[in-house]
Write a protein that binds this ligand. Structure first.
Ligand code: 2M8
Length: 423
C-alpha cells in the first residue's frame, strides 16, 4: 500500500471516530448532527475494520428505533440535534427518541449479512432479534409502499428515496400544493453553499409534504396512496430487492422458515417490479410517475443497479453497459447521479449530477458479481481517485472531482475502507 493510501486509510479511521457518538454515528458534524438510517447501515461496514462490537451496535441501535407498525425511520433524533432542520417540532411524532415520519433505502439487511459473515462472534439471540425487526420492516415496505400496478416501490417524500433532489422527482414535486408554511430557517445553508443544495422551491415542498403527512397522523398505509408526492423509485426498489435476498439467506441460517418463504414472495414481486421499470424509449430502468402513469425521461445512477439487485436480463444488461460507456466518455469520474447529457444535469448540485461513493459501491459490487470485472474496477478506481484528489466528502463533481457538500463524511470513509481499498 502506497504512503498516500496508508495516509488516507488513517484519515478514514479518524473520520469514523470523529463522527462516532458512542453507539451510533452522525453522517458529519454540523450539517447532519443526527442518526440517519442508511448512513448508519453503511457506517457499520467501516466500524467493522476497527471494532466489531461497535459495528454491530450501530445496526442493533438503528433497529431499536422501529415504529410499532414496523417502519424503521429515516432520522432518529438522538443527542444534540438542535442544528438540524426540520427537527422534531416539524415532524410532530410522539416517540422517544423523536424520529422523522418516513423511511429510507433499506440497506440494513445487506449490511447485517456482511457483519454476520465477517465478525468473529455475534450472539445468536441478538442477531435473531435484529433479523425479526428487519423482517417486519420489509413487510412494512410491501404493505405500505408497494406500487400495485408495477410491483416496484413508491416513495411518499423525495427524502424517502435517499436521493432527495433528483431531477426525476420534478414531476411529482410540481403537483404539490403549497401549504401556508410558517417562516422557517434552513440550517443546511450555514454549512454548504446554496449552489450545492436544493433550492427554496424544493424546501417549501419538502415541508408542505411533511405538514400534510403529520396532519394525517402519519397513517403510513394512507400515505402510500394519497401523499401529495408519489413516485416509483428504482433506487429503493433495487436496494430492497437485494436486501431481501440477503435477509432470506440469514433467515434460513436461523431456521426462520416461515419468514423466509414470505421473503421469497417479496423477491418475486420486486423482480417483476424492477422489470416493469424498463423504459423502452430510452432503453434503461428509470423512475415512474404512478399518477400520470409515465416514465421520467432521464437516467440516474440507480439505472445501473440491475446486477446489484440480481435482475440482469441480457437485453437490459447490454443496453445498460452501453449507457455506462457513453456516460463514462462524458465525465472524468463515474457514476454521476444523473445523466450528464440530460438538460437538467447540474455537476455541483446535490443529487442532480454529483457522484456519491456509496452508490458507486453498490454499482461496482453488482458489476463484479455478474463478471463485469473491468467496469467494476473502473468504479473502484474512480472512487479512489476522487478521495485522493478531494478527501472524504459527501459528494463530488463528476467532471473535475472537486469535493462538495459536507466534509469528513462517515459513509464515504466507511465505503473507502470496506470497498475502495478491498474490493
Ligand atoms: C441527505 O438528506 C437529508 C434529508 O434526508 C438532508 O439533505 O438534510 C441525503 O443525501 C440522504 O440520502 C442522506 O441520508 C442524508 C445524510 O447523509 O443527507
Amino acid at each position: 500500500m502506497s504512503n498516500t493510501t496508508e495516509h488516507l486509510k488513517k484519515s478514514a479511521f479518524e473520520i469514523l471516530k470523529q463522527n462516532d457518538r458512542g453507539e451510533y454515528s452522525v453522517p458529519t458534524r454540523g450539517l447532519y448532527p443526527v442518526q440517519f438510517n442508511w448512513d448508519s447501515a453503511f457506517a457499520a461496514l467501516g466500524y467493522l475494520w476497527s471494532n466489531q462490537n461497535r459495528a454491530w451496535r450501530e445496526l442493533e441501535l438503528l433497529t431499536e428505533a422501529q415504529w410499532p407498525d414496523g417502519m424503521i425511520p429515516h432520522i432518529i433524533f438522538r443527542g444534540e440535534h438542535e442544528g438540524y432542520f426540520p427537527g422534531p417540532a416539524v415532524w410532530r411524532i410522539p416517540s422517544t427518541p423523536p424520529t422523522s415520519g418516513i423511511t429510507q433505502p433499506p440497506f440494513l439487511a445487506t449490511a447485517l449479512r456482511h457483519l454476520v459473515e465477517n465478525c468473529d462472534t455475534l450472539e445468536t439471540p441478538r442477531v435473531v432479534a435484529v433479523l425479526k425487526r428487519i423482517h417486519r420492516w420489509h413487510c412494512w415496505f410491501m404493505e405500505n409502499r408497494l406500487d400495485d400496478n408495477s410491483g416496484a416501490i413508491r416513495v411518499v417524500h423525495p427524502w424517502e428515496s435517499g436521493r432527495d433532489n433528483l431531477v426525476d422527482w420534478n414531476q411529482g414535486m410540481l403537483r404539490i400544493p403549497l401549504t401556508d408554511l410558517e417562516e422557517y430557517q434552513r440550517r443546511d445553508l450555514e454549512h454548504v453553499k446554496a449552489a450545492q443544495r436544493p433550492g427554496k422551491m424544493e424546501y417549501d415542498r419538502y415541508l408542505s409534504i411533511i405538514k400534510f403527512c403529520a396532519d394525517l397522523q402519519w397513517d403510513q398505509k394512507a400515505l402510500g396512496k394519497v401523499s401529495p408526492f408519489l413516485m416509483v423509485d428504482p433506487g429503493i426498489t433495487a436496494i430492497l430487492l437485494r436486501a431481501n435476498r440477503d435477509l432470506k439467506y440469514l433467515l434460513e441460517i436461523h431456521q426462520l422458515i416461515k419468514e423466509s418463504e414470505q421473503i421469497s414472495g417479496f423477491i418475486g414481486t420486486l423482480e417483476k417490479g424492477w422489470r416493469n421499470l424498463w423504459n423502452p424509449k430510452i432503453k434503461a430502468i428509470t423512475a415512474y410517475d404512478p399518477i400520470e402513469q409515465k416514465w421520467v425521461d432521464g437516467i440516474s445512477s440507480a439505472s445501473f443497479l440491475g446486477p446489484y439487485a440480481g435482475v440482469h436480463d441480457a437485453f437490459m444488461t447490454t443496453a445498460t453497459l452501453e449507457h455506462f460507456d457513453r456516460i463514462r466518455n462524458q465525465v472524468k469520474y463515474l457514476m454521476p447521479s444523473y445523466d450528464p447529457e440530460h438538460p437538467s444535469f447540474e455537476a455541483d448540485r446535490y443529487w442532480r449530477g454529483p457522484v456519491w461513493l456509496m452508490i458507486n459501491r453498490l454499482i461496482g459490487k453488482g458489476f463484479a458479481e455478474i463478471g463485469e470485472t473491468e467496469r467494476a474496477e473502473i468504479m473502484r478506481q474512480d472512487s479512489l481517485a476522487l478521495v485522493q484528489q478531494s478527501g472524504f466528502c459527501e459528494y463530488y463533481n463528476p467532471l473535475n472531482g472537486v469535493g462538495l457538500g459536507g466534509k469528513s463524511f462517515t459513509w464515504t470513509a466507511a465505503v473507502f475502507l470496506d470497498w475502495v481499498l478491498a474490493l
